[in-house]
Design a protein around this ligand. Structure first.
Ligand code: SF4
Length: 472
């Protein structure tokens, strides 16, 4: 467990972007209790189970309380503290055991200022104080050196065999013995030390990499500088940086000690990828759901700025997708916009939500469009869909609907030359056959949108990309 060494002062900060909508003062909006009666009055055609109804009701009550106490979205305040780099536990980003490349998580903030109401990490809860680790870069330095500094010794076939076995064990544990997952992950971390295997470093899966708390404190800059120093010291390093972010131009151009994030990205351009993260939903709805994220146009301008400066920024995470909004017209409009910004690959992720969170999201959506709210509940709450759960028990939309929506998106995106990255979990749930993997990988992007070309695939030092068929 990460040990906090020193608690520093509380900081107040200015936000980069905001929207005009005041969630606490929306004309005519009062949180309701989503129960049987509410769903019936809305015209919802499917019968929810008693358990689902209880959870929707609980979520409605929590939402009401948080609206009253004004704790729905984050406040512009954070605490900074110093951690003991020796005690940070290395986290592998892997929910299926089938991810083709070993990826380490870089999470320098607990909480997140963007405040997404659907947040996969917090289930949309932003009551907690945001804590930023001001010396997190020291942990990054240590991790980089351990994993991708000069190899201790030649990698042997036995090392590779052991690693593949552990990955198979991990895949089994995730599906059947989740209590063993952590232990196996730590063994994988252990066996990877000193090998300089191909590794992605994901900045940041559990918070926004380029948010006010990481920018105004200099944390993001210090982390990026660790990578710059690492590649100078170890030119043959097989570490690669994957930044997934909702940042706009203002974040990229934010200056700290005379340098912008873009300046640092430029120095890292052969070793990194910047993936924008955008959602498919009505704009007014997005303004509520992502209160402090950059507007979509600004995120795409950030993509253009990166591309103009030679930084790989041609893949996007499309999340979350609200199924009721996914009409042919919106697909065309949305992906057309991405295409114009030079995006050639995307990873689609439908909204996944626990029922408590769904009660809140449904009501926000209903404020703009009651029909979409009705359809949202119908897409999630039917008893036959109760076992369609992603990590941490969040429900995904009905399987048949998910599949037809993926096909619908792919029909259009194929026509404009875009490839699609689909995670193993989704492929398994939806029974998407291996035959579409060539289409998926067409542009060289792996499951989360990682670009395999970033690695020197002829490197004899080895097995960076482990084929999923090896693991199946
Ligand atoms: S940016 Fe990501 S981590 Fe932050 S609130 Fe939104 S979904 Fe959660």
């Amino acid at each position: 467990m990460t040990r906090i060494q020193k608690l520093n002062n509380e900081l107040l900060f200015e936000k980069f972007y905001g929207h005009n909508t005041n969630v606490y003062n929306m004309e005519g909006f009062t949180p309701q209790v989503v129960d049987k009666e509410y769903l019936k009055n809305l015209g919802v055609q499917v019968e929810a189970s008693d358990e689902t109804l209880t959870r929707l009701k609980t979520g409605s009550e929590i939402f009401k309380r948080r609206m009253e106490s004004r704790t729905v979205i984050p406040v512009t305040r954070l605490i900074t503290c110093e951690i003991d780099p020796e005690t940070v536990e290395t986290e592998i980003h892997n929910y299926t055991g089938r991810c083709p490349t070993l990826t380490f998580e870089i999470n320098p903030v607990k909480g997140c200022f963007v405040g997404c109401q659907y947040c996969l990490v917090t289930d949309g809860v932003h009551e907690q104080t945001i804590t930023a680790y001001s010396n997190y870069h020291l942990y990054v330095r240590k991790l980089l050196k351990e994993m991708n500094g000069t190899p201790d010794r030649e990698v042997t076939k036995d090392d590779i065999r052991k690693k593949n076995e552990l990955l198979k064990d991990l895949a089994h544990a995730i599906e059947s013995e989740p209590e063993k997952k952590h232990e196996i992950e730590q063994k994988i971390v252990e066996i990877s030390r000193g090998k300089n295997w191909n590794h992605y470093y994901y900045f940041s899966p559990k918070t926004e990499a380029l948010q006010e708390p990481t920018l105004k404190t200099g944390i993001a800059y210090k982390i990026l500088k660790e990578y710059i120093a690492h590649f100078k010291e170890y030119p043959d390093s097989n570490a690669r940086l994957f930044v997934a972010s909702k940042a706009g131009v203002r974040q990229l151009m934010c200056e700290y000690e005379g340098e912008t994030i873009l300046d640092l990205f430029i120095q890292l351009k052969d070793y990194m990828q910047f993936n924008t993260s955008v959602s498919i939903m009505p704009t007014e709805f997005r303004n509520i759901l992502e209160p402090y994220a950059a507007p979509i146009e600004e995120r795409l301008n950030a993509v253009r700025l990166c591309q103009k400066n030679g930084i790989r920024a041609d893949s996007a995470l499309i999340q979350p997708i609200f199924t009721p909004y996914l009409t042919d017209e919106h697909i065309k409009e949305f992906f057309g916009m991405l295409h114009e910004a030079g995006i050639i690959n995307y990873k689609p992720e439908f909204l996944t939500a626990c029922m408590e969170n769904l009660a809140m999201l449904g009501q926000w959506l209903g404020y703009y469009d009651k029909k979409l709210e009705k359809e949202l509940y119908e897409d999630y709450i039917m008893p036959s869909n109760a076992d369609h759960k992603k990590q941490r028990g969040r429900t995904a939309p009905d399987r048949a609907l998910s599949m037809s929506n993926i096909e619908k998106m792919m029909r259009y995106t194929d026509s404009i030359g875009m490839s699609v990255s689909i995670c193993y979990w989704v492929r398994k749930q939806l029974k998407i056959g291996n035959d579409i993997i060539p289409i998926i990988n067409r542009n060289g992007f792996q499951c989360l949108g990682y670009q395999s070309e970033l690695f020197n695939i002829n490197d004899k030092n080895f097995p960076h990309v482990i084929s999923e068929t090896v693991l199946s």
